[in-house]
Design a binder for this molecule. Sequence first.
Ligand code: ASP
Length: 333
Amino acid sequence: MVRKHAVLVGPCVRLAVGALGIAFCSSVAAADAFPSKPITLIVPFSAGGPTDVVSRALGQAMSKDLGQSVVVENRLGAGGTVAAAYVARAQPDGYTILIHHNGMATAPALYKKLSYDPLKDFEYIGQVADVPMTMLGRKDLPPTTAAELVKYVKENKDKVTLANAGLGAVSQLCGLLFEEAVGVKMTSIPYQGTGPAMTALLGSQVDLLCDQTTSTLPQISANRVKLYGVTTPARIKALPNTPTLNEGGVKGFSMKVWHGVYAPKGTPPAVTARLTKALQQALKDPVVSKRLDELGAEIVPIDKQTPAGLQAWLKSESVKWQPLLKTMKVEAP
Ligand code: ASP
C-alpha cells in the first residue's frame, strides 16, 4: 500500500510517497534570504579520508562566498549509501547537501535494495575535482613492483587481504577491477572510510589498499607504505616517476575518482543556482586550488562545475559501470 501525507515546513511542502518523499518549495520564499543559517555538507566517509579532505577544503571556501558556515558532517556506512539516502530524504531547502564520488553511479548495481535513485532523487549542484588512485601495500609486503604484486597475489590468493571503505566505495571498485584484471579473488576487509583503512594498512593488519592520492600522498612521501602504481592511464604530476598499473603489467587498468555536490530533489532552482555559484567561486579560490593540486587532485573545467555537467556525467558513469558491475556478479546485500 502506498501511503501519502503532506507536511508543511517553512517554504517547502513534503509529500511522502512510500519511503521517499517528494518535496515542492516556493522558490521565491526559499531562495530569498538563502543562506540565512549554516549549511551542512554531508560526507559519506570517515574524517581524515580523501572525500573528507576535499570536502573540508571546498566547504571552507564555499562558506566565504555564501557568508555562512558550511559544516562538514560525516555520515558513515554501506559504501556511502547511508549518507546519500539521508540527503535524498532531507528537507529540500539547500541547508543539507551531499558530496559524493563514483559511488553515486555504481550503488544501484551493487545494492539490491537502494532507498534512493541517484538519477531521480537529487538536484545537481556541480562537479568538483578528479583524483587519481594509487595501489598501496603494507610496508613489509614482499613485492616491490606491480608485476611482482600480480605474481604474489596469484601465488597467495587465499591469504592476501584488501582493505576498502565498503561496498560501493572507490577503494572497493579499484580492488574489483584489479581482481578482474589479475583473475584472482582476494579477501576484502571493509572499513567506514579510508581513514581507518589506512590506519589498518600502516599497522600491517591488511596487505593492500587502493585509494585516492588526496590521502595516500602523505603516506607515500613519508615512505610508510609500498607503492605499486597509479590507476590512471597516464602517469601523474604528483608522482612523475611512478609507473601506471597498466605500464606495470595490469593491462588496460584505468580508474579515477570524481566528486559531485547534490541537493535533495525539489530544492528551489534559485537555491541550487546560489550553491553552484558558491561552488564555482570556491574552485577559483587559490587556497583551494593549491591544496588540491598538492594532493594530486585536478579541479574539473568550469562546464562540469554546473548542474547540467554533473547530471550528464553521472548518467554516463551509470551507463558505463552498472552493466560491468552486474557481469562481475558482486554480492549485493
Ligand atoms: N576513498 C574512500 C573510498 O574508497 C572513501 C573515503 O573518502 O574515505 O571510497
